[in-house]
Design a protein around this ligand. Structure first.
Ligand SMILES: [Fe+2]
Length: 326
């Protein structure tokens, strides 16, 4: 299917992705990983959960780690422009027969909970507690400088349908991968905030969260993190990279925590806010698609992901495969 035309007047106005809640089985291990190693800042913690923000963020949290018996992803969060957008979003999801509920969440105003048609749990809000800026408190920066949450990437059993659904909400395609044989979308990158993506979809059993990405200032911050991880007991948690993506032109590293939740450390993609921005098409078999320098991703990158709470998995009927490292 062709990439849908951008919906420049969506039914409600999403500003950007905002936060993710991960269920983790060892909160102390996760604190050491996300706080002491990646440098995210604790904004609240209690016996059962840790709330974190990145250095540039004024909102209370971009990541919630919640202790649980089994790992999963509880919700993906998005910020909308203003309160009436929440009511318009509720009406839009209800009209599609999708679940709609208003819920209480700490540190947030009204929160709309729903799911996309594949069961991925989503929440939308307009107001979150605001915190003082810390981006110039350089003593707080560890080896890595995680500035802000950048995007979610999901496995989708039907990328064409996912792109059509999220495009209706106003997400605009910046780059996409087509399977030349079937003409179907194999992957797509979609944005609201003017970067390459707030959310991306890759063909595969889903819905599952493939990764959450955090923006850092330079590739050197990624090298520093690799030096730190490889000498402090986290060697096995380094999965792929460092490298430069063909798609997005960003410098990247992929790491996985003890529960299998994957994080991408990401920097230097490009501006996409023009309403007449032309999406860039890639062929699934192009060796520079994944990594500009040609190195294919490992099999784990195409197969492993985190399940969403309350969502059943569907296999994709699109069996085309990219180039995978032996
Ligand atoms: Fe990514």
């Amino acid at each position: 299917m062709p990439v849908p035309a951008p919906n420049l007047y969506p039914p409600f106005n999403i500003v950007r992705l905002s936060h993710v809640e991960l269920a983790v089985t060892d909160l102390a291990w996760s604190r050491a990983f996300y706080v002491d190693t990646l440098g995210l800042q604790v904004t609240h913690e209690d016996e059962g959960a840790i709330y974190l923000r990145a250095m540039e963020e004024r909102g209370h949290h971009c990541l919630i780690l919640r202790a649980a018996a089994a790992p999963s992803v509880a919700v993906l969060g998005f910020k909308v422009w203003d309160e009436p957008d929440l009511d318009r979003a509720a009406a839009w999801f209800a009209d599609k027969g999708l679940p709609v509920a208003w819920t209480e969440r700490p540190f947030m105003g009204r929160v709309l909970r729903t799911r996309d048609p594949w069961g991925a749990p989503l929440e939308f809000y307009a107001r979150m507690d605001r915190l003082p800026p810390i981006h110039q408190q350089y003593r707080l920066y560890p080896d890595l400088k995680p500035l802000r949450i950048d995007h979610f990437h999901l496995f989708s059993p039907n990328v064409d349908a996912a792109v059509a659904f999220y495009a209706e909400m106003g997400f605009r395609v910046t780059e996409y991968t087509e399977d030349a044989e079937s003409g179907r979308l194999w992957a797509a990158w979609m944005h609201r905030k003017g970067g390459v993506h707030d959310i991306a979809f890759t063909n595969g059993t889903g819905p599952r969260l493939h990764h959450t990405a955090f923006w850092v200032p330079t590739p050197l911050n990624i090298i520093d993190l690799l030096d730190l991880m490889s000498t402090t007991g986290y060697l096995a948690n380094i999965e792929r990279g460092p490298g430069r993506h063909g798609i997005s032109n960003a410098f990247f590293l992929y790491i996985r925590d003890k529960d299998g939740h994957r994080t991408e450390i990401y920097c230097s993609d490009y501006q996409t806010c023009d309403p007449d921005f032309e999406p860039i098409k890639w062929d699934l078999k192009d060796p520079q698609r994944q990594t500009l320098w040609g190195a294919p991703a490992p099999r784990s990158w195409f197969e492993l992901g985190s399940g969403f709470e309350g969502a059943s998995l569907q296999d994709s009927d699109l069996k085309a495969q990219p180039i995978i490292a032996p």
